[in-house]
Design a protein around this ligand. Structure first.
Ligand code: FPP
Length: 233
């Protein structure tokens, strides 16, 4: 990283986060899992802001997967309520961070109220510099199927890799450089399957609510020390 005109710069153009460990963080404190998600949402805001400050064009956050519906109803409702409340009050910080929100995943399952809040924030932020993709009711396999179906519906006869890349939910973002997973598990969990083909991976034992802006700086430094060969030598 180098500082130029008061702005820290880094070579990452697209970073993604699997925000794992909220439940364990709460349990360690004798609190319900929902408490961990609330803290996780605060940390999401800090990490997103740091990504923008670092000049990272695009960041993607795994908020709610297509598999997360299997959780107890009370927990699912708590996460959706957090999201709903956040959508009510995020406009100011979205504009201050100069970030464009794009919600990726199948939004059709959400209430009209949530969907219209999502559409509103996407619209008001659409000309901002940075991108934050918020993955909601998202699965990587489902995303590839969605891309292929969009292409078939457009009448193409043959599909190329570029066609798929340009039909994914993340089509507005540069190629993925790095996936970060907190919480100690070493797996991808159906996240950005197509995009991760040549992404670097970074796993930390830290639970998501313990992550700080300084950790992002360390992760960026670690990334910048890596040699990416994309299959070459
Ligand atoms: C995984 O931790 C976390 C989730 C499934 C939810 C992620 C949601 C947030 C961080 C809140 C984001 C909210 C907004 C408004 C953007 P886990 O519950 O699986 O943790 P565990 O592995 O310790 O049980």
């Amino acid at each position: 990283m180098k500082k130029r005109e008061n702005k820290v710069e880094c070579s990452i153009k697209h970073i993604a986060f699997i925000m794992d460990g909220n439940g364990r963080w709460a349990k360690k404190r004798g609190m319900p899992r929902e408490f961990g998600h609330r803290q996780g949402a605060e940390v999401f805001r800090k990490i997103m802001r740091r990504c923008c400050e670092l000049g990272i064009k695009s960041s993607t956050f795994y908020v709610f997967s297509t598999e997360n519906w299997k959780r107890p109803k009370s927990e699912v409702n708590a996460i959706l309520e957090l999201l709903d409340n956040y959508l009510d009050q995020c406009e100011k910080e979205v504009m201050q961070n100069d970030v464009r929100f794009i919600f990726i995943g199948d939004m059709s399952v959400f209430s009209n109220s949530i969907r219209s809040k999502i559409e509103y924030i996407e619209k008001v932020s659409e000309n901002n510099t940075y991108i934050a993709n918020l993955a909601l009711n998202y699965g990587g396999r489902g995303e590839i199927v969605y891309a292929v179906n969009s292409l078939l519906n457009s009448g193409v006869e043959k599909i190329s890799e570029d066609d798929i890349t340009n039909s994914l939910y993340t089509k507005e973002s540069p190629p993925l450089d790095l996936i970060v997973r907190s919480g100690g598990d070493i797996r991808i969990s159906n996240f950005l399957l197509w995009q991760s083909a040549y992404a670097e991976l970074y796993f930390t034992e830290k639970l998501w609510p313990d992550l700080t802006a300084k950790d992002v700086d360390k992760i960026v430094e670690n990334f910048q020390g890596r040699s990416r060969r994309f299959g070459g030598v």
